[in-house]
Structures are given as C-alpha cells and as structure tokens.
Design a protein around this ligand. Structure first.
Ligand SMILES: [Ca+2]
Ligand SMILES: [Ca+2]
Length: 714
C-alpha cells in the first residue's frame, strides 16, 4: 500500500496497485512496510491510521556549511550540459554510473544506510509545546475588539520580535529577536553620522549599532564636519509647571511643533530625559504658543516623528522648520509616573508600563516597546493605522514610504497609493532615507521567489504540448518549465521524492527521502516528465546530505534535510546558468503566512491506474490552523497542515520532499512546507502534514553557512 514517497495527487487510491510500479531501494523498501505515519505511540492515533497512506522516510545528514551566496543563475545558457548523459531514459535504476562526480563510490546496495540514519535521529520527541495558535478566540476578556488572540499576548511580542516585524539595519534577526548588529557590518553611506562626542562614522547604522550595544544615545546629526557645537540636543524649559520642549541644533533653538507630537515621540524624550522615566511618557501633551509664560521663546518649531524605539529625539525624523503662529500648539513633555495611576483597568505592556485599552492597535507605540501594537486582529479605524497580516498595526506614514514594514510587503503595494517621497530640503534629519537605502541594497543581493517568466510558459521540445494538460483529482499538470524551483531527488537511479532549490548549491527536501550517502543521489532540475529529461533539465551530483539531527522516523518530527550539490570543477558554482531554474525564498518567520492562506503543492503524482504519470503536477491547498484537531498529539512542533477539508486536494498528493509554496503580497514565493506525511490522502478531515520550513530557519542558516539565507530580515 503506500507508495513511497507520497504522491501528490491521487492518493486516494494508492492501495494496492501502485507500489510495484517502481523499484525501490533497499531502504525504501522498508519504509514501505511501515505505516506511513508514525505508528503512534499512542492509542488513538493508532486506531485511525493504519495502512494506507503514503509516507516514507529515510534519513541522513550532511555536513557542513558553505558560505556562498551565489544564488541564482543569471544568464541564459542552457542547461543540460552538466547533466549526465544517461538520464534520458532514466530507468529507475541507473544509479551509480551517472556522472563523473558520482561514481567513485559504489556499492549501492551493500551498504544499507539505514543503520546510520538511525543514530542521528535520536528518537527524541519534542517536548516543548509549540506556541502556535490553537484557534483564535476572538478576544480577550477586555473590551477591545482588536486585540488578541490571548495566545499571542502570552508571547510578549515587542518591536524586537522579528517573527512579526523587521529589525532596523543596526540590529539583526537571530532566533526571532532583533539583536544588536556589529557596527562594522553596517554598510558605508554617503552621509556622515556625527556622534554626541564629536566622532564621525560612515552611517547612522554604525552609530546606532554602537548605541544599541551600550544602550546609550550616541547619534547627534548628519554632517561632514562633526563639530560638537552643532550637536542636536533636546531639553525642556518650564512654562509654569509645564515642560516645553526645545531642540538645539545648528539651525538654532526651536520648539517642537504640536502637530506631529505623539506618545511615541514623547516616550523617547522622557526616557532620555531621566532614568526616572524609563517607562516613557504619560501622554503627548501640547499647549498653545501664546500661552507660554515668560519671554524669549523661540519663534520657530520643527516637527519630530519617532517610531518609538529611538534613544533620543536626535535619532527621530526632524523636519519642516517653520515660524510658529500664536494659536499653534507646541509639544510639552508629560512623563510617566506610575504611582499616580490606577492600573487595574489598563493594559500592561511587556515593559511593565500601563496604557489605556483605547491605545491598543492604533498604530502608535504607546508602550515604548510597541507591545500595544503586536497582537492585533485589526486596527482602529479612527487613527488610520495600517494592519499587517502578522497582526501588527503600523502608522499611516509607514504606508508607501518605500520601506517594507509588513512581512509580506502589504504596506508597499501600489493599491495603497503613490509612494510618498520626502522633500530633502525640508528634512533636518531623515533616518528613514538611510534605512531605505541599506534595506534595498541588502534585499537586492538575494534573488529568489520570482520565476523567470520568459520560461514559464515555454513549450518544450519533447513533443509535449499544452493542450494535453488535464485536470486530475485536485491537481493539474504543470507546463514544462513552470515550477522552476522544483527538483527531483534521484536515489540509486530512481525518483521517489521531490525537493526545492534554495539557491547556491542547496536543495531542501524531507529527511525521510535521503540517507547520508551523497553518492547515491543526484538532483534533477527543470525536470518535467519524471522519466525523461527535457532540454533545460540538469542533473547534478550531491556532495553532502545534512539530515536534521533530531529527525525521528517514527514521528516524522523534524523531517527536513539539506542537500548540498557538488561544485563544478574549478568553480564555486554547482550548475551553469540556466534560465529555467530559479530559487525559492526561505521564510524566516512562522508568521509570514497564516491559516487560510492559499498555497501550492507540486510533485510527480501517479494517476489512478498507478502509472507513474510522469508529468509534474501542482494543486492549490489551504493552510489549516487547527491541525491538532485532526491528528492530536501526532501533530508536533515544526509541522504544518494544509489541504482542503473536503479532501479534494490534499497533500499526500505530491512526492515527499516536494514543496508547499506560498506567495506573499508582493509576489515573492516562499517554501512554506515540505511534503512529509498524512493519513488517508485525499479524504476529508485528513489534511496533509508538512515540515514547516520557517520553524527551521536558523537550522538552515547554520547548516548552509549563509549569512543571508533570506531576502528580508537577514
Ligand atoms: Ca498604540
Ligand atoms: Ca512601509
């Protein structure tokens, strides 16, 4: 009954007929016999799933890192070359002869690797409960409609939680937290950043990286001549019992205009003013200019806009110096004194400050750590805040400002209007301009997630034609060069698993698809018909296989493996440029996609007759958020469910190891899952289970040695 590598379409019938279809390697054989799903250690599970599903396993690991980011083929030469000759027919057995690189080691058969695979699996079983949401309960008990769910609040997210937001360039996302970047890693910029003690750096990124480590304000202003008498300093002057803000700079002394003054900025001022106010401001107060007591007040004001994370107002955007009119309002500091407030009816920020519930999800950082904006099911309309699907509200001015704030780029979509360009003449200090430059440089270095459209619909030379596409059960045949990151993992000459190309020399697949015997494998790129190469097909030997150390063949937990390709002679590249091959992006956050998002699975399925219908197929599936309901404790951390609860399309339909790919709002495709296991393919209430790739981001980064595996939030 089960086929070895779960096929994507059609699982419904895999009972008898198919297995024979394809010879299996020794190792696979054994898999076959075992229940596709982890035979559970627990009763209930056992009941349900016995036979028939297809899952397989296999395992092995590889080794090491390689540091090379050459991702992405760039030119047009055609592929083939490297491919071994014989593959054309690809009898399932070709195995060792394949190509120069592979041959050296043979004895395919005599070394059953299963022995080795075992050891590394350590059989461990996950102990820690994953924080994934069980199911959104509309709201917490408080009276806020926007806030929640409670599971989110328990995570204590702040602006440094890079599973939900981007880190600024002077911080780096490590294990879900924005940590201080090494100052020398900041790229040099045209502007010169001056520090409060008169030093000059190549960028504000650098001064802020230093400030981040010291937790002390450092940046003063941009200038080519860092004279301390031009430093930007913010102080206050009393008017009666009110503290009126003043900014000293080379433009002289000015007040802060009331029009943009908000709590995020007031927090910054108060924290910098005194350690007594480490929790920031009580509120952003203002008063009319004419009401100021005393003489000699400055007659101009500048606007100040802060995100809320700054260590001093000098780090904020300061702009638009203008003469003040009498009735105009100016900014007043009103710092937070927690002892005076009763807190019972308030929201407790992660940093311990209390704010009114009405301040949640309005796009403004009231807390000072932004924790009041991190678990939002929607944003307050009256403030015009913008909702990012990761549950974060951002201020309106961050929409179409040229910098991606929402993980999927929703805030920068054209539908949100034209890009707002700042007029440099009006800006005294504009940190956003530098952030924009640094981000776009970094983001352009990695090409992924975008197919080469010139090739997507190119018909191949092998006679296949588009008109022959036909709908299958829940799936559709692809076009010859449509799914450009899909690969086939060839083991001892036969293909039982798929995989996905990450760029450089790296391919991702399921642990159960491989063994630590690189010579037994080859990776086929741009394969369309499973058993026949096309002109763009490339077949590449494998250098190393890295199986997750804690992969458990019984539970399928950590069913993930990296396949490192062999480099070309005298080169650090592993294949010649091939216009029909593109890398998919690696997701860095488990929040990039959410339940109910529609994604695509692909693989070589079999048709009902069990023929290895050899054309690559694809189908849409939906991410399912409450998978524990279907699989109980067999659903473990690092797993994701997708399918269609009616059972029309389900994941068991693609070869194991193949990709579940989701596209973000900006059109970039990410490998969200790897086909792993499932019960009763294609039947209602038995969604397919995938390895959740984002959960393994740090593992991938460590094992590939790539400094930047991802295009964003590196
Ligand atoms: Ca707020
Ligand atoms: Ca933006």
């Amino acid at each position: 009954m089960r086929i070895l590598c779960a096929f994507i379409f059609i699982c419904v019938l895999q009972s008898a007929s198919l297995e024979k279809a394809e010879p299996i390697t020794t190792q696979q054989k054994q898999d076959v016999t075992k229940p596709k799903i982890p035979p559970e250690t627990n009763p209930e599970a056992a009941v349900e799933q016995t036979p028939d599903v297809n899952l397989e396993k296999g395992a092995n690991r590889l080794s090491k890192p390689k540091s090379d980011p050459n991702l992405e083929p760039k030119s047009e030469s055609d592929a083939d070359q490297r491919s071994d000759v014989e593959e054309t027919t690809d009898s399932d057995i070709k195995s060792t002869t394949e190509s120069p690189n592979t041959n050296s080691q043979q004895n395919p058969a005599n070394t059953p690797e299963k022995g080795q695979a075992k050891p590394k699996e350590t059989g461990t079983k996950p102990t820690k409960p994953e924080p994934r949401p069980t199911k959104p309960e509309p709201k917490s008990t408080k009276e806020d409609f926007f806030w929640g769910p409670p599971q989110c609040e328990q995570q204590n997210y702040t602006r440094l939680s890079c599973s939900k937001v981007f880190c600024p360039p002077w911080r780096r996302c490590i294990a879900g937290v924005c940590v201080c970047q090494m100052p020398y890693k900041c790229p040099r910029q045209d502007t010169h950043a001056c520090t409060l003690d008169g030093a000059e750096f190549y960028s504000m990124c650098q001064t802020n990286a230093i400030a981040c480590r010291a937790n002390k304000p450092t940046f003063s202003h941009f200038s080519r001549t860092c004279k301390t008498d031009e430093n930007v300093q913010t102080t206050f002057r009393n008017s009666g019992d009110k503290r009126v803000l003043e900014i000293h700079s080379k433009k002289g002394k000015m007040l802060v205009c009331g029009s943009e003054w908000n709590i995020a900025a007031a927090n910054v001022f108060c924290r910098n003013d005194s350690t007594e106010y480490y929790r920031g401001a009580e509120r952003a107060s203002k008063m009319q200019y004419v009401e100021l007591e005393g003489e000699d007040w400055p007659d101009q004001c500048m606007k100040v806009r802060c995100t809320g994370s700054e260590l001093s107002l000098a780090e904020c955007t300061i702009y638009n110096p203008t003469p003040i009119k009498e009735k105009q309002q100016v900014a007043v500091a009103n710092c937070y004194n927690e002892t005076t407030k009763e807190q019972s009816m308030k929201f407790r920020c992660v940093n311990g400050k209390y704010v009114n519930y009405g301040k949640l999800c309005d796009g403004i950082d009231d807390c000072g750590d932004n924790s009041d904006e991190m678990c939002c099911q929607d944003c307050q309309k009256k403030t015009n805040a913008f909702w990012c699907p990761s549950g974060v509200c951002i201020p309106r001015h961050a929409v179409r400002d040229g910098v991606r704030d929402c993980l999927g780029g929703e805030d920068e979509l054209e539908e949100n209007g034209p890009i707002v360009e700042n007029d440099p003449k009006e800006f005294f200090t504009d940190p956003l301009a530098e952030i924009k430059k640094i981000r776009s440089t970094a983001e352009s270095k990695l090409q992924c997630g975008v197919p080469n459209m010139d090739y997507v619909y190119k018909a191949e030379d092998d006679g296949s034609s588009r008109q022959r596409r036909k709908r299958l059960v829940g799936g559709e045949e692809s076009l010859p060069t449509q799914i450009q990151w899909q690969v086939a993992i060839q083991d001892e000459g036969s293909i039982h698993c798929g995989g996905v190309y990450l760029g450089g020399c790296w391919v991702l697949t399921a642990a159960h698809c491989v063994r630590p015997k690189p010579k037994s494998f080859r990776v086929k790129f741009s394969l369309w018909r499973k058993n026949r190469k096309q002109s763009t097909t490339d077949s590449i030997p494998v250098k190393k296989i890295i199986i997750h150390e804690n992969y458990d063949a019984q539970t399928y937990v950590n069913d993930i493996a990296l396949v490192q390709l062999e480099e070309l002679n005298l080169s650090d590249k592993c294949m010649l440029d091939n216009p029909a091959i593109r890398a998919v992006c690696v997701p860095w956050s488990t929040q990039q996609f959410q339940p109910n998002d529609t994604c695509t699975i692909s693989g070589w399925g079999r048709d009902k007759a069990g023929m290895s219908a050899s054309i690559l197929k694809w189908a849409n599936v939906t991410i399912i958020g409450d998978c524990q309901n279907f699989y109980k404790h067999r659903f473990l951390p690092g797993m994701e469910c997708a399918g269609d609860l009616e059972g029309k399309v389900d994941s068991c339909q693609g070869d194991s190891g193949g990709p579940l790919v989701c596209k973000d709002a900006s059109g970039l495709s990410y490998v969200w899952g790897i086909v792993s296991w499932g019960d009763k393919c294609g039947e209602p209430n038995h969604p397919g289970v995938y390895t959740k790739v984002a959960h393994y981001f740090d593992w991938i980064r460590f094992n590939t040695g790539w400094a930047a595996v991802t295009k964003f939030n590196q």
